[in-house]
Design a protein around this ligand. Sequence first.
Ligand code: H79
Length: 604
Amino acid sequence: MKRDEYMDGAGLEQERSDVLISDNRVIDHDRNRRIAWWREVRLGLFVHWGPYSMLGGVWNGERVDANYAEHIQLRGKIPVTEYAEAAAGMNPEAFDAHEWVSLAKRSGAKYLIMTAKHHDGFAMYDSKVSDYSITRHAHFPRDPIKELAEACEAEGIRLGIYYSHAMDWHHPDSQGNTLDYPGNIGAWDQLEEWIEDDDKRERFERYLHEKALPQVEELLTDYGPIGLMWFDCGHKISDEHAVWFYDLVRKLQPDCLINKRLRDDRFADYGNPHDNQLRFHPVQPDWESIHTLNDSWGFRYDDDNWKSPDELIEQLLRVAATNGNLVLNVGPLGNGAIDDTSRRLLETVGSFLERNGEAIYGTRGSPIGTPQWGYCTWKPEEDLLYLLVREWPQDGFLILPGLASGVQYARPIGAKAKMGHLPFRKLGPWDWQIDVRSVPQDAYATVIELKLNGEQLESNGTPRFISQMPNTFWAYDGVIEGDGLRYDNGKRGHDGVTGWTAPNAAVQWTFRSQEKTPIYCRVIVTLSAAADQAGGHFELSLDEQKLTCTVKDTGGDECWGEFEMGQLTILSAGIHRLEVRGLSLVSDSLMNLRKVTLLPMERE
Ligand code: H79
């Protein structure tokens, strides 16, 4: 579409062939075909790279207090002329697209998402629409996106483009920069606050027509096939604005996927929860979970808060077991080099996938929920289940809960494939037991492949208590009841339930036990509370048994503490209910609850 055509929105109706917008819902008949590749890949690599990478979180020799280095212009209150002056010095001679793409491959990622323009408005490619770019403003004689597109093509990696469409702190009519443009929409302003303000809306739309839409057009025209467009901060634009982008992408590259943050689920090929969200309730079957290796997306000198390989790999399993793709981020230095820690972390994920990739790539989410020992994935067309065992059974007998279907064989995969089949037997109608005593353990997760007998898979969704190990009941997976009580945003330190303002609000879990003799358990509760909440009471119950518990000061909201609250007994085989219910508050809210662990005790 030519630029002046979408200036006035003409022709949009006619252009929309595969999409109908009715009842405010996008109905897209072509999505299954378009998204097929993405459903297979399960791991992507995000790259955040721009002038902010050069600054690394430091301005004029001082550390800027912003977790995200790429927000330094806003958070450091840097005038746009000064930021632009710094950006002009970007000369990334160490940038080597082949090395980046090779790292993506070594990490096991199958797609790479590159920031073509972040909120700072600086184009990391040779834009003809705006001179504020790596080539024309910084006079770097190469086009990084072009080089990446070529390297990705050569290596069989799909290229995705991150484009900050809603915010641009350089363009005088966009959003987020009220330091230089006081009449603009502020970084924290909600859509409703300005959409009726004609001046703000018209100027913002001028930015969309002058810069954002034409740049998206360039990116989808000049760089070959783009696997996906990754937009951000879609809550800051209107439905009408979203349609402009949506139609432009569909017109130029009908097969290009669009992430949720163009606007919301209605325009999305797939969903995105919050950045760095550890626990989630996916609302779309196709969804993607994005994570930093440390705290910042863009390179930051003093960010040493690295996740461990174990945390990253567990997140990969958790996301795959819930039918999502994981995207890990790397923030190269301003000169284009990638630091050793990031490289090593990504390579460790890659070596896990090299050993165990068949249990991740091309799989669907678990049909049997999340067993206490780890995660499960599924290849329905091949009748294969993969058990990704993180907590190895002490006695060497793994209980597979919740599966009625027949099993043909069980075997370890990866390097251990030569070992042959493992003995297994049925334990009652829903469970199996696999003898894994001979299987050597992987440092992160040991994978057992199960070939099913080809019938329709029959599963039991009620989690099974496994008496050989601690059983954890995550508040995020519980059913919540009562005014105010809600799941927190799922990020680190916020992966519990919060808003416990009504005294008798409750979190409940249902599980089944198959043990005929009683299981005596110690009960550990993980909660957080500030000093003024200490002294509140709640009741922890298992069926008819009750423990009255007192809230203790853990040092505040994000400081989790573990407390042993007493003992409870699972008396018999059958369905049981575990519940935490408030009794009395001494402050505005009772506590945040993260999990309850039942720790079976050795029998006397
Ligand atoms: O690119 C990474 C982040 O920079 C970007 N998303 C990931 C993929 C991101 N942008 N915003 N946010 C994440 C959420 C943060 C929002 C706020 Fe702000 C920070 C609100 C106020 C300060 C940035 C500046 C967004 C609005 C103004």
